[in-house]
Design a protein around this ligand. Structure first.
Ligand SMILES: *Cc1c(COP(=O)(O)O)cnc(C)c1O
Length: 231
């Protein structure tokens, strides 16, 4: 079933790329395996997926040792400062940096471990009260602060769009994140790249691709629905 789902997603990714004149190789699928067992991760791996996203540090630590070592783990959920130590060096990208102080904690750990940490700034584009992330207007100042940290490298921006029935309702959100990344790129800040735009989930990844996503985070459409607890 997972293999079939992945094939369908691949077709949809191709269609969205074609529609927007983009190349499929510019969009990476992150399979969001939160709450799903390692066997299901392995099934997706056998179907060719190498990038997996989790929203809890504990789940990455539990699953990773039992799975192929060439899996690229992505931390996509809210990260508490006291969990930073466990995740630095174990993930290729932290998508969910939502404060300068969290970035400083990552710097401390990366320096201690002698590694580098690639991160994205999470932006609460829709300004939802319940969501984490910088407001659009805060991103530049935060990026300038974080850029000074020698072991932390901003690679782009991430957003979690609102839950909507019709993905068209999120097109404006994706456009805003894209525009922000273009603005930020023009500022040419040392140690700040804007090559990654992580946006789009099961319900709206085609729209996100049309608006410039370079990483889409898809869970339900690959692995099936989750129980409420894992949301
Ligand atoms: C769970 C989650 C996803 C995947 O959501 P689906 O709707 O299941 O595709 C994407 N991004 C983040 C940050 C998540 O927590």
């Amino acid at each position: 079933m997972i293999e079939e789902n992945l094939k369908e997603i691949q077709r949809e990714m191709e269609a969205a790329c074609k529609k927007s004149g983009r190349s499929l190789s510019d969009v990476r699928l992150i399979a969001v395996s939160k709450t799903k067992p390692a066997e299901m991760v392995l099934e997706a791996y056998r179907a060719g997926v190498r990038d997996f996203g989790e929203n809890k540090v504990q789940e990455i630590l539990e699953k990773a040792p039992a799975l192929p070592q060439d899996i690229r783990w992505h931390m996509i959920g809210h990260l508490q400062k006291n969990k930073v130590r466990q995740v630095v060096g174990k993930v290729v990208l932290i998508h969910s940096v939502d404060s300068v102080s969290l970035a400083e904690q990552i710097e401390k750990e990366a320096a201690k471990q002698g590694c580098e940490a690639d991160i994205l700034l999470e932006v609460n584009v829709a300004e939802e009260e319940t969501k984490f992330g910088f407001r659009t207007g805060e991103v530049e100042e935060a990026a300038r602060q974080i850029a000074k940290l020698p072991h932390v490298h901003i690679q782009g921006l991430m957003t979690i769009a609102p839950f909507v029935e019709n993905s068209e309702e999120n097109r404006g959100v994706f456009q805003k994140l894209f525009d922000l990344s273009v603005d930020m790129k023009r500022k040419n800040i040392d140690n700040v790249n804007m090559n990654v735009l992580s946006m789009g989930m099961s319900g709206d990844f085609m729209t996100a691709i049309e608006e410039g996503a370079t990483m889409i985070r898809v869970g339900t459409s690959i692995f099936g629905a989750r129980t409420k607890m894992g949301e």
